[in-house]
Design a protein around this ligand. Structure first.
Ligand SMILES: Cc1ncc(CO)c(N)n1
Length: 221
């Protein structure tokens, strides 16, 4: 079994809880309260700014030009493609660009993004990837699952979201990160593998908290 497959199994109960979370389920059924979605969009925009910085740090830590170019490519696609989805939703939902950029991060957004940046800065490239892999991989898994629900991709509010995350291009990011982590861990010791597992689990838990925060539209209190 590959190391990333092992991580996926270790985190399975958390990932199942993410799939079953009412925020995710209601995007699929199209019944999610639009106010919760708006709240999510604004917080996720802030999250993605910091997530982009981790890709930039990946380019800094990359061992060769090819890896550097791929990190810079995913930095570009997050800033200009994934975040364009948020900008387009904001426009449609009546959130101004100013409001989008001036939103204050909620407690979970701040702790999740600070956690990723901190692991990315202090650790090796493998640590950096372990911190962001649950983000890319769990959204690809969720997007592909929701896409099988009849009508989910055509829903007037949530269809575009499902289309983005079920796409091949989005899944490619997770697949590439998995390959990198598997090859980087081919020769690391057990202690480092345990550290990487702890980071992967922590980010998976933060994914759950992010759904929960959004569903409750919860900020700091
Ligand atoms: C919180 C969160 N995790 C992962 C993704 C996927 O990029 C996202 N947009 N937001």
């Amino acid at each position: 079994m590959s190391f990333t497959q092992y991580l996926r199994e270790k985190a399975d109960s958390i990932w199942q809880a993410n799939h079953k979370h009412p925020f995710v389920q209601e995007i699929g059924s199209g019944t999610l309260d639009i106010e919760a979605f708006k709240y999510y969009m604004k917080q996720d925009y802030l999250y993605l700014i910091e997530y982009s910085r981790v890709f930039a740090l990946g380019a800094v830590k990359a061992p060769d030009l090819e890896t550097m170019a791929i990190f810079s490519n995913y930095l570009q696609s997050t800033l200009n493609e994934e975040m364009a989805l948020h900008r387009s939703y904001a426009k449609r939902l009546g959130i101004s660009e100013e409001e989008l950029e001036n939103e204050e991060p909620a407690a979970t957004t701040l702790s999740y993004s600070s956690y990723m940046i901190s692991e990315a800065q202090k650790g090796s490239l493998a640590h950096l990837i372990a911190a962001i892999l649950p983000c890319a991989w769990s959204y690809a898994e969720i997007g592909q699952t929701l896409a099988t629900i009849p009508g989910a991709m055509d829903h007037p509010n949530y269809g575009e979201w499902v289309q983005m995350y079920q796409s091949e291009e989005f899944a490619e990011i997770a697949n590439w990160l998995k390959q990198q982590l598997d090859s980087l861990t081919a020769s690391v010791n057990e202690k480092e593998k345990e550290q990487l597992e702890a980071i992967f689990i922590r980010s998976s838990q933060f994914e759950y908290l992010f759904w929960e925060m959004s569903y409750q539209q919860r900020s700091w209190t």
